[in-house]
Write a protein that binds this ligand. Structure first.
Ligand SMILES: Nc1nc2c(c(=O)[nH]1)N[C@H]1C(S)=C(S)[C@@H](COP(=O)(O)O)O[C@H]1N2
Ligand SMILES: [Mo]
Length: 430
């Protein structure tokens, strides 16, 4: 006897849902037959005007969301783990050009330090390739060096991890481990040059004051860094303020490194040390499989030797639809305003395109230039949904080297980094 499954049971498991909704019988030479479309329409609860363009095997967002529980309560981050704290921001809360503190995702690898008084804080500069090691208070930094303010985009290397199949371990971020606060601080370059950079300098490593989950005070939680050329860019900051206020506790108070456009993990929070290294920095989470991806593509599910993994540098082009929020109701035949953000690691975004018909046709969005290098860019567009029914709005950004976001989840890798697949929202037109 065939057992009927309730919708919630089916969609507990998106992989199985996909199998059930898109069983082979329902396709004729790769295209969707009427009966499959009807089955999907029934699940969604209405007509899908562009249903004939649904790609084979595609799980409509209205159903996928039900499975993954992406929705958070209004105005709140979605907590993925509370020890250490990891929380992401729903896309519709990232509509500001400058991300407010309470809407910036939190990614902690350990526990924040107990004491973070700015007046007691010290930053040491050392390393094999540091000519004159020094120690600075925050007051010293402010007095000795010019201050600079930049909007700098921060995205966790694992943002989008939840979409990889087979699944990979780690925080199951959907799209919300990204933000674009405004940071104020001194240039890393000015401070390093004041100490003296030897000719053999290769890499800058950081040390920080957070506490290892094991409780072992000798264990570093994370100690990553960037090659010297990235460290010496104008926008690489030792920051003491975020959005014009002292940096909040969860975001690295009172001092942090910010190197925009690279995986967030290079932007050390609770910064206590900088090491000018004569080799690639080898601190915690620089080696093994941390923040490294296969140097050459691998089959999904492969085991990859550490020697075949390369350190992630600039993050790839990506975008979000931040207005309206997924799941809204609107009216057919009326203009619907759309807004979003786009960013491209070290590059700028050149264009953003929108599709309302599952990628058959695309229309350009209006894209603002970045206020400074390494800031995300805002875009807007308006569309008309011709008939009542279920739609998805897809956004796709292209960077200034003509690289576009993929429609499908790109290159599977053992730790689930660098998923820059297009974002999409569901809209019902009445
Ligand atoms: N000291 C320290 N710095 C850190 C981390 C950390 O756990 N400890 N997490 C890193 C990671 S993986 C990311 S994505 C960003 C997140 O910054 P946020 O929590 O301010 O958004 O901080 C980075 N800097
Ligand atoms: Mo991260």
């Amino acid at each position: 006897m065939r057992r009927e499954r309730g919708t919630s049971e089916i969609f507990d498991d998106p992989e199985r849902a996909e199998g059930l909704l898109w069983s082979r019988r329902r396709f004729v030479r790769g295209s969707l037959t009427g009966s499959a479309l009807l089955a999907i329409s029934a699940r969604i609860g209405g007509l899908i005007p562009y249903g004939r363009f649904l790609p084979a095997g595609y799980l409509p967002l209205a159903l996928a969301n039900e499975a993954s529980g992406i929705e958070s309560e209004d105005g709140l981050l979605r907590v993925l783990n509370d020890r250490p704290l990891n929380a992401e921001t729903p896309a519709h809360l990232l509509d500001d050009q400058i991300t407010p503190a309470e809407r910036l995702f939190v990614r902690n690898n350990g526990l924040p330090p107990e004491r973070t008084e700015a007046s007691d804080w010290r930053l040491s500069i050392t390393g094999e390739a540091c000519l004159g090691p020094r120690r600075f208070s925050i007051a010293d930094l402010k007095r000795e060096f010019d201050q600079h303010t930049y909007q700098l985009q921060l995205e966790c290397g694992g943002n989008g991890r939840s979409e990889f199949r087979p699944r990979v371990p780690g925080n199951q971020w959907s799209t919300g481990a990204v933000g674009n606060p405004e940071w104020t601080g001194v240039r890393l370059r000015d401070v390093l040059e004041a100490c003296g950079i030897a000719d053999n300098a290769v890499y800058l490593g950081y040390g920080s004051a957070d506490r290892h989950l094991s409780g072992d005070p000798d264990k570093a939680v994370i100690s990553r860094g960037v090659p010297m050329n990235k460290a010496l860019e104008d926008e690489s900051l030792i920051a003491f303020a975020m959005n014009g206020e002292p940096i909040p506790g969860s975001h690295g108070a009172p001092l942090r490194l910010v190197c925009g456009g690279w995986p967030g993990s290079v932007s050390g929070k609770w910064l206590t040390a900088l090491m000018i290294r004569d080799r690639v920095h080898d601190g915690a989470k620089m080696t093994g499989s941390s923040y490294r991806v296969p140097c050459r593509p691998v089959a999904p599910g492969s085991t990859v030797a550490d020697d075949d993994l390369c350190i992630i540098e600039s993050m790839p082009v990506k975008s979000l639809v931040t207005f309206p929020r997924s799941g809204v109701q609107t009216r057919a035949g009326q203009l619907l305003s759309l807004r979003g953000k786009a960013w491209a690691g070290d590059r700028a975004v050149k264009s953003v395109a929108i599709s309302i018909d599952f990628g058959q046709t695309w229309q350009p969005a209006a894209l603002s230039p970045p206020p400074n290098r390494l800031a995300w860019q805002s875009w807007q567009a308006s569309v008309t949904l011709p008939l009542p029914g279920y739609y998805e709005i897809w956004a796709r950004a292209t960077d200034d080297a003509d690289v576009s976001q993929p429609m499908l989840v790109p290159g599977w890798n053992p730790k689930g980094y660098l998923n820059n697949a297009c974002h999409r929202i569901a809209v019902q037109a009445a």
